[in-house]
Design a protein around this ligand. Structure first.
Ligand SMILES: [Zn+2]
Ligand SMILES: [Zn+2]
Length: 251
């Protein structure tokens, strides 16, 4: 694959994510930019971002045109919302194929994200919306079309053994403080959802009371350094699907 920005051949780079996966991103040794799958920037530590952005580009100047998605050849668009500071540039494919971080922008974005989360931790101000800190979440939520449409099948199938986990993204946990986390995930189809804790506390939270595809729950009053287990319940018109168990540990 070629660089969306300068057209040079890309090099694969293996990285470790914060949820203990090994995955690869594409690096441009010419302009120093990086191509990431839409969901990934939220799962990279600031330290990894520092290593990733330590590449020394050969090119001395950046192209003035916008990058072009290497899958659909559409112009990528600079993300402009609360989660990306004005001095940071993150490009996203309008069809959610990929994101492009020009040289140093991934590290700048991670630092800005850390600063914002730390601000809320320090002042004890709850973050109302994950969209304020997780840049590509908006993109992630739109990117779900790659997940097979199994919910429809489950409604007609006699066995209905389909796992709910096949129709939603891996939940993204964002610790805001030692007692508050944000849990966000998305579903392929518009559904109602709730989260039922199975360990750590005995509560069920309604997440989306109206059918939707983007689901966000802020859970407060948690115990520090405690592991919580939960399942997500996907509620359709005629049945409730339970996912397998997920867990997180508060800081
Ligand atoms: Zn390049
Ligand atoms: Zn594209």
């Amino acid at each position: 694959m070629n660089c969306p920005h300068c057209g040079a051949q890309l090099t694969s780079l293996e990285i470790n994510t914060t949820d203990d996966q090994v995955t690869s991103i594409e690096e441009c040794l010419n302009c120093g930019g990086h191509v990431l799958p839409p969901i990934l920037a939220n799962f990279i530590s600031t330290n990894s971002a520092k290593n990733i952005d330590s590449v020394l580009p050969k090119a001395t100047s950046l192209p003035s045109h916008e990058p072009t998605c290497q899958h659909c050849h559409q112009h990528m668009i600079a993300i402009k919302d609360d989660s990306v500071p004005n001095n940071v540039t993150v490009f996203a494919c309008p069809n959610n194929h990929q994101e492009f971080y020009p040289k140093d922008q991934l590290l700048k974005f991670k630092k800005a994200q850390d600063a914002k989360i730390n601000y809320h931790k320090l002042w004890g101000i709850p973050i109302k919306s994950a969209f304020a800190v997780l840049v590509p979440v908006v993109i992630i939520f739109a990117a779900i079309t790659v997940i097979p449409n199994t919910l429809q099948m489950s409604q007609t199938s006699q066995e209905a053994r389909v796992k709910a986990s096949e129709i939603l993204t891996q939940p993204l946990i964002t610790p805001i403080s030692s007692t508050q986390v944000l849990i966000s995930f998305s579903t392929k189809n518009a559904v109602k959802t709730s989260i039922k804790f199975t360990s750590g506390q005995d509560k069920t939270f309604e997440v989306s009371s109206e059918p939707g595809t983007n689901h966000l729950l802020s859970v407060s009053d948690l115990e520090p350094q405690t592991t919580y287990k939960y399942i997500i319940q996907i509620i359709t018109s005629d049945k409730t699907l339970n996912t397998t168990e997920y867990f997180f540990t508060t800081p």
